[in-house]
Design a protein around this ligand. Sequence first.
Ligand SMILES: Cc1cc2nc3c(=O)[nH]c(=O)nc-3n(C[C@H](O)[C@H](O)[C@H](O)COP(=O)(O)OP(=O)(O)OC[C@H]3O[C@@H](n4cnc5c(N)ncnc54)[C@H](O)[C@@H]3O)c2cc1C
Length: 391
Amino acid sequence: MPNTFDAIIIGGGINGCSTALQLARRGVKVAVIEKDNIGDGPTGRSSAIIRQHYSNELTARMAHYSLGVFQDFEEQVGGECGFRRTGFLALAAAKDQAGLEANVALQRGVGIRTELLTVEALREIMPGIEDADLVAAAWEEDSGYADPYLTVNAYAAAARQAGARLFINTAVTGITRHGDRVTGVRTTGGDFSAPVVVNCAGPWGARVARMAGLEIPVSACRVQVSFFRRPSGEEAVHPVVVDFINASYFRSETGNLTLVGLVDPEEANAMVNPDKYDEGVDTDFILDTGERLIRRYPAMERSDSAGGYAALYDITPDWHVIVDEPLPGSGFFLCCGSSGHGFKLGPAVGLMVAERVLGVDNPRFDPHLFRLGRFADDEPVRGRYEYSIAG
Ligand SMILES: Cc1cc2nc3c(=O)[nH]c(=O)nc-3n(C[C@H](O)[C@H](O)[C@H](O)COP(=O)(O)OP(=O)(O)OC[C@H]3O[C@@H](n4cnc5c(N)ncnc54)[C@H](O)[C@@H]3O)c2cc1C
């Protein structure tokens, strides 16, 4: 049968393609089925910030491992990911000082090069920064951002080279089962069979899970980013900044732009139909993010708006991914709900999922923390901040 595989991955975003590469390199006959093109979902529209600032050891280790892949991408994956090492700043007010300091200690404990900054050191790193309201700042000199579209397509090309088959413009419309076990998928391009199906469908993850008779708490939520042109004198690339006080983040973007987004738990309330939502940016959002940016980076008062866009987060109740085979032995695996911070973790998540599918005894990253049952067990992944995405 031409469409018979060992594993089928639904979704050609960073998680699907990274998982495919890990499986294919281990000799698994894998197919990636993508309804549009590789990276056309949220991955391709990601701000693609790569930081290691996390509140729990597992995600900090995963971010650290993944940064190593982005730094050495050509060797470890192949092709280009467009990684730019700009450094990363986390800025906090008094209420988050203890959390920030504890996070930095935890991160240093897993080998991350990060430090707490004095105001003088902060001014040296980013001279134009407004610091009057700051109490604590953390710095990661190795972090930065990548080009998400290049990255995911490089992963797809590497997976293909390792033997994976990619089927684009092919939508999965059903999941076939024999008893509790999956047997394959139905698609707009015909039927495929495999004893393993991995749901990497991002904001469509709940819909795909339903095809296998499973309800999962993953919501598709509309989020926005805006761009501002840096004025004369401010052309130099600046670090990535997560500004907890103004609940926003910003980073440099090609073309002398600064990209701005929010760090706002309210984004989880903007649920939309992932097939039909407004992909443009709201004028109010541009004004709001512009004001937040100016409060932290006053020279941007002289900047012009350069528009923006809207895209989707796939959000779970604790803002962390679900990686699991909820019914053990069923062959139906979940890898969705990355909750707006899954790009940077993609290399590690792909490894985690592949090792879970293959039943590796001592996996590099144990997915237990990310099991679906954590919600029913009231054991969500907990961070040290109220800004869920900063997890
Ligand atoms: C505006 C924005 C900014 C972000 N900024 C950052 C950041 O700075 N740093 C960071 O780490 N993360 C960031 N993220 C989050 C990150 O981009 C995502 O967590 C990550 O890309 C999710 O990847 P994924 O592979 O799980 O899913 P997706 O990229 O959502 O891919 C899922 C794919 O599945 C396909 N699919 C769905 N249903 C079907 C079906 N029935 N049949 C076939 N294919 C199907 C879709 O077409 C899609 O291509 C951001 C996200 C957005 C939207």
